[in-house]
Ligand binder design. Structure first.
Ligand code: GDP
Length: 319
């Protein structure tokens, strides 16, 4: 029952983001036509924009990689946008897909949909089995609604709409803005700037003890294309690397790769978030998919990208 992507028009919503960009790149190996549209042309939060675009482009396949995303602090400080933007984006796209009889749709969620104290590694069945982590519940509630919406159209109308839940992703093209980024790009930037400035220390948020699982965006894109072809089912599928690491261990690894040998200071005034969110990705592994990029290799490659692309103004205050 493999879905054949050859000759299909595939709209990647969110192609400007790290994951969407990686999916576009990965799809170049699939003999399909990739369709993208800029946010200056279609505002995905506006139903009329999305309806008109989908009717016109008439994609056979849609990948929803568009979302308002951000790290622990961005989530806490912009709850309205994290909830509203994500609800609107997914509702508009999934409903338009149904109206236009789009054959296949893949919705991307996140491991933060799971309860704060979910069993580890987290199986798909843990969804809605307990209270969410408060620092990202706005984003999580929106993403849970998206999973349910895809399920609802499958159940009521027989649509082949599926959902994937990637773990914490990183890679080239990530957001390196310290106020809104996730931890890995933040640590790369902090270590790099500290090295350039000759600082003796870098500051890491929280206690350093939370554990996180990381997956390179190219591995994630490969898994998503694999799922498009090989999976059709009501249940969402976890997409992870299968290994997690403490924030302190991660900081040491990043400092090694960047070449910063100063002291690591912990800042317990910043939130830790959920203590652990290692996912159980056995369903995906059982289908035959495997990650390829080890964490140190991926961090080195991301660091190389950062050094090539870091905005000059980021170093304006560095002599
Ligand atoms: P989360 O996985 O949703 O909690 O999102 P993040 O990637 O933003 O944070 C992961 C963990 O890294 C949390 O425990 C943060 O407190 C910790 N952390 C340590 N230093 C930083 C930093 O400079 N930026 C971010 N975003 N998180 C940090």
């Amino acid at each position: 029952m493999t879905y054949d992507l050859r000759g299909k028009r595939v709209w990647v919503a969110g192609h400007g983001g790290m994951v969407g960009g990686a999916v576009v790149k990965r799809l170049t190996c699939e003999q399909c036509d990739v369709v993208t549209v800029g946010r200056d042309v279609v505002d995905l939060r506006r139903q009329s924009d999305v309806e008109a675009f989908v009717a016109d482009a008439s994609p056979h396949v849609i990948v929803i990689a568009a979302a308002k995303v951000g790290g622990i602090l961005a989530n806490e400080t912009q709850p309205a946008e994290f909830l509203y933007d994500n609800l609107m984006i997914e509702a508009n796209i999934i409903a338009a897909a149904h109206e236009n009889e789009t054959e296949k749709l893949l919705f991307l969620g996140s491991s933060c949909i799971y309860p704060k104290l979910a069993p580890q590694p987290i199986p798909e069945e843990a969804l809605l089995a307990g209270p969410l982590e408060p620092t990202n519940e706005w984003y999580a509630v929106a993403k849970i609604a998206g999973v349910k919406l895809a399920q609802a159209y499958r159940r009521q109308y027989g649509r082949d709409y599926v959902s994937a839940m990637p773990t914490n992703l990183y890679g080239p093209g990530d957001n390196f803005d310290l106020a809104s980024s996730h931890v890995l790009p933040a640590l790369i930037r902090k270590a790099h700037e500290a090295k350039l400035r000759g600082d003796k220390t870098i500051s890491v948020w929280g206690t350093g003890s939370p554990r996180r699982e990381f997956l390179h965006a190219d591995d994630c894109a490969d898994a998503l294309v694999f799922l498009l072809k090989e999976y059709s089912g009501e249940n969402h599928i976890n997409v992870g690397s299968g290994e997690d690491i403490t924030i302190l261990e991660l900081t040491r690894l990043v400092c090694d790769i960047v070449g910063f040998d100063g002291e690591i200071l912990l800042d317990p005034t910043k939130p830790d978030g959920t203590p652990r969110k290692l996912m159980n990705s056995n369903k995906l592994l059982d289908l035959g998919w495997r990650p390829r990029i080890p964490l140190p290799t991926g961090i080195q490659q991301t660091y190389d990208w950062y050094v090539r692309h870091a905005p000059r103004e980021a170093f304006a205050d560095i002599g």
